[in-house]
Design a protein around this ligand. Structure first.
Ligand SMILES: Cc1cc2nc3c(=O)[nH]c(=O)nc-3n(C[C@H](O)[C@H](O)[C@H](O)COP(=O)(O)O)c2cc1C
Length: 217
């Protein structure tokens, strides 16, 4: 049976054909802290993906000038960096999000970033559809915390948010506990088990993103 004849095909939330080339990975962390464990994890994961030949964009949310979401502010014009963020998200078929855990959930930074990115721009025909940056993206969730659970509970809140925005959440995820002991001074994950857990998430995201893109082409 060809993909187009597959009865599941019409219901798939696939990326737009002009969206992202398969294999392009966007990686970002929900922290801007200088010594952030999640930024370290994002850097380590990005490097692992690059080492296997994947085209990776490592996005630092701290490089974006995005205020706290306020609809009155938005009515005066969507900030240019929000448009830049939407474009970056749209161009990448797979994402890795490294999510810190604050009070059993993901951070306000991550929520604010996603809220802006998901808000349609009424005056801009390209970005009127708020789902456009998210639809059909395959997202791998990683998290890191000094605690034993590694920020796992942040993932349990992040997953439904991503599904609500029509993303595909990879079943493989990884929570790095005791993150203060997990990295070498040059930012590598020292434990082989941790490296292979991250690798498994990367591989699953790339695997699924390539197949969804093939269906959309
Ligand atoms: C307000 C606040 C709440 C936190 N709540 C949790 C929590 O629920 N679970 C947890 O594992 N760590 C919690 N932490 C600790 C963070 O995991 C820790 O600060 C971590 O280093 C943040 O991620 P980052 O290193 O990427 O910035 C909390 C930290 C703050 C500031």
């Amino acid at each position: 049976m060809t993909p187009s004849a597959n009865s599941f095909a019409p219901t798939l939330e696939t990326p737009a054909p002009s969206g992202a080339p398969p294999g392009k990975l966007l990686v970002f962390a929900g922290s801007t802290r200088q010594a952030s464990f999640n930024r370290k994890l994002a850097h380590a994961a990005a490097q692992m993906a690059k080492n296997q030949g994947t085209e990776v964009t490592l996005l630092e949310l701290g490089d974006l000038d995005i205020p706290l979401y306020n609809a009155d502010l938005e009515a005066q014009g969507t900030p240019p960096d929000v448009i830049r963020l939407k474009q970056l998200m749209f161009e990448h078929s797979g994402w890795l999000i490294c999510s810190p855990e604050y009070n059993g959930s993901y951070t306000a930074l991550l929520k604010n970033t996603i809220d802006w990115a998901s808000s349609g721009v009424k005056s801009d025909p390209v970005w009127q559809d708020g789902f456009k940056p998210f639809s059909g993206k395959v997202v791998g969730m990683l998290s890191a915390s000094p605690g034993a659970l590694g920020g796992l509970r942040s993932q349990s809140h992040l997953a439904p948010l991503l599904l609500n925005l029509h993303c595909w959440v990879a079943p493989r995820a990884f929570a790095l506990g005791r993150a203060g002991d997990a990295f070498s001074p040059d930012g590598q994950l020292v434990n082989e088990t941790h490296r292979s857990s991250v690798q498994a998430v990367i591989e699953q995201v790339l695997f699924a993103a390539a197949r969804l893109n093939a269906l959309a082409a």
